[in-house]
Design a protein around this ligand. Structure first.
Ligand code: GNR
Ligand code: NI
Length: 172
């Protein structure tokens, strides 16, 4: 297992649409193990493969607190099967937009169908933080970021800040 580098905005790869996983082979199992290790080390409650620069439709999630037992969830080729009419607001963050947090409104409940690491189809009902996290990660697979739900002013401001920072780091 290895911790992989998490890419951040304005890296254009974060806007890519990820490709479905075909066979769940050793390469996929290694990627998932690395994603979990990277997510726990960050630390974060979710991670999409594109955040470690792999454009595949794979998500890892673990909402367990530090003092709790780990409860990793691996979602391969997830599909959102329904979203509720009622919405909820959470303060969101993203490991690809470090140290930036804003409130985002999303459907309060959702259903998700995915393949687990054994290739079995699983259907899960989500609410609370899990519903928000599943939708946030599903968005990553389609090149969508939580800042896309903010006002243009806020979005442009945060993109500009990270663009400047990336340029400074490129010069060194
Ligand atoms: O660690 C994370 N926390 C978080 C908090 C509120 C809503 C969504 C998230 S996901 C984020 C990790 C991440 O960037 N996943 O893509
Ligand atoms: Ni994110």
């Amino acid at each position: 297992m290895a911790i992989r580098t998490i890419i951040s905005i304005p890296d254009p790869r974060l806007r890519q649409v990820s490709e479905p996983v075909g066979e769940i082979d050793d390469e996929i199992r290694t990627l998932v193990a690395d994603m979990l290790e990277t997510m726990y080390a960050a630390p974060g409650i979710g991670l999409a493969a594109i955040q470690v620069a792999v454009p595949k439709r794979i998500v890892t999630i673990d909402l367990a607190r530090k003092d709790e037992e780990k409860k990793p969830i691996v979602l391969i080729n997830p599909e959102i099967t329904f979203t509720s009419e009622d919405h909820a607001v959470y303060e969101e963050g993203c490991l690809s937009i470090p140290e930036y947090y804003e409130e985002v409104e999303r459907p309060a409940q959702c259903g998700v169908r995915y393949l687990d690491l054994e290739g079995r189809t699983v259907e899960m009902m989500c609410e609370g933080l899990l519903a928000t996290c599943v939708q946030h990660e599903f968005d990553h697979l389609n090149g969508v970021l939580f800042i896309d739900y903010l006002s243009r002013l806020k979005r442009d401001r945060v993109i500009k800040k990270f663009t400047k920072q990336a340029k400074r780091e490129a010069i060194g």
